[in-house]
Design a protein around this ligand. Structure first.
Ligand code: DX5
Ligand code: ZN
Length: 247
């Protein structure tokens, strides 16, 4: 750990997490962005929950040893109750498993915590968020897919931000400390919409790693997110109490 930026951030901070899927989990690419990114997002696929397969614990350990940045592990796998604690023990800061693959998310969240990481729950494209709202007090992050889980480089699906709005309203109403992460198609032209919907944590693979300078791309995404949130807050503050202003 090299300083405050390497610790788990305040829940209100905006986080940009480059996805190493876009660079085939290359250690050199991880190092290239580790100084500017908040976290690195590590997509684990098993060829069962989704058709593709990616890395396993061996290569995860190599990534963990290569940098000190928090690792945001996204398990797109069957049987997450078997593997999630192992990715926690292997040095993940967050371990996120899919609701569609887990019969008892609260129990698995406890196991992830006991293994030393923060639990996240992911909701895929075709899964409604409402049945999971009551679980928010038990998890540290809700990952709302903005594509169908399974591959990078897909087009952002803006209608899925409705789930972000729903989750954010529920979080705010309950004063819950849970991050809301979006994953899929996040880029300069989409991150603002995700911020306005209420997300605070942004995964970006293609947008970061196809840029001529990935580190600059990370900084730019964060700047856009910060500026969008500041603009949204200023607009909200401009509304007079009890009204929405003149029409
Ligand atoms: C896909 C993964 C994503 C993927 C995002 O299922 O969960 O993290 O890397 O890639 P982009 O940013 O290219 O949409
Ligand atoms: Zn992911």
């Amino acid at each position: 750990m090299t300083g405050p930026s390497r610790t788990v951030p305040d829940p209100t901070d905006l986080i940009v997490a480059p996805s190493l899927l876009a660079v085939d989990f290359a250690v050199s690419a991880a190092r290239d962005v580790a100084e500017v990114a908040d976290w690195l997002h590590v997509d684990i696929m098993d060829g069962r929950f989704v058709p593709n397969r990616t890395i396993g614990l061996d290569h995860f350990a190599v990534l963990r040893a290569a940098t000190s940045i928090p690792l945001d592990t996204h398990l797109m796998i069957e049987d997450p109750e078997v593997w999630a604690p192992r990715y926690a023990e292997a040095g993940s800061t967050y371990v996120t498993f899919h609701a569609e693959a887990c019969p008892d998310p609260v129990a698995l969240a406890k196991d992830i915590r006991a293994a030393g990481a923060r639990p996240g729950l992911a909701i895929d494209r075709d899964t409604p968020v409402e049945p999971y709202l009551e679980l928010l007090p038990h998890i540290d992050m809700l990952l709302i897919m903005t594509i169908k889980a399974g591959a990078g480089g897909q087009a952002f699906l803006p209608h899925l931000l409705e789930k972000v709005r729903t989750a954010r309203a529920h979080r705010d109403a309950g004063d819950l400390h849970v991050r809301i992460e979006v994953d899929g198609g996040i880029a300069e032209d989409t991150i603002g919409q995700a911020v306005q919907a209420g997300a605070d944590t942004f995964v970006a693979g293609t947008a970061v790693f196809t840029a001529s300078d990935p580190a600059t791309a990370v900084r730019r995404l964060r700047e856009l997110a910060v500026a969008t949130r500041a603009g949204a807050r200023a607009a909200a503050d401009a509304v007079p109490p009890g009204g929405e202003g003149e029409r």
